[in-house]
Write a protein that binds this ligand. Sequence first.
Ligand code: SF4
Length: 239
Amino acid sequence: MKIRYFQKGFNYSQDGPGNRLVVHTQGCNLHCPWCSNPEGMGFCGGKEEDAETLAKFIISCKRLFVDGGGVTFTGGECTLQAKALKEVFLICKENGIHTAIETNGTFSMPEDLYPLIDLIICDFKHFDENKLKEVTGCVADYKKNITEYLESGKEVWIRTVLINGFNTEGDAAEKFARFFDGKQTENTRFEFLLYHEYGKEKWNKLGLEYKVENGFVSEKIKEDFERVYKEHGLKILRS
Ligand code: SF4
């Protein structure tokens, strides 16, 4: 089976533990206006490769996966190519490689994929479905999916990028945290990232309009979110 991706390369500790090979698959079902990889949003472009060939390349990198590293599939939205992902991960697990995915949470994971994934890194972009739909086009029941990920007992990292004018105003931190009350979060870590504009130049180069204005938030707001989450008994991750 073929898998389509637009980039692969090594990254230390940002996309899972240790030194990791990070594969960016092509295509995403959302259109976040701050996306730092706009070249990966469309479904054309990138390159196609046999899942088995890619898996062999991953295995050839095994000695580089130091400090608990391994392979991370991100996007785009890697779960849109779940069948190919399964084929790659099956070979990775047979070869003792740590596997992680980064997902936007719009995907209900097939039961047979869970055993092949060691770490799920999932966005939780907004507590309000309507707001998320308005800004990113998300129509999926992402809250149900996130709940499923937590209940799977897998190691899960929930990530929220804090963006001024989108998800930080008023008592947003409390509303975000409340979603996790009573949920199974024993194996879950929560991470907040500050909005950045690393992708802005790429949007311009692609002839796309970058529409976010003044999305920056202070370190203080991030600390406030962390404090509120801790008050709800949630464990904070800082990478
Ligand atoms: S979900 Fe991620 S990859 Fe998709 S558009 Fe949003 S930021 Fe970009």
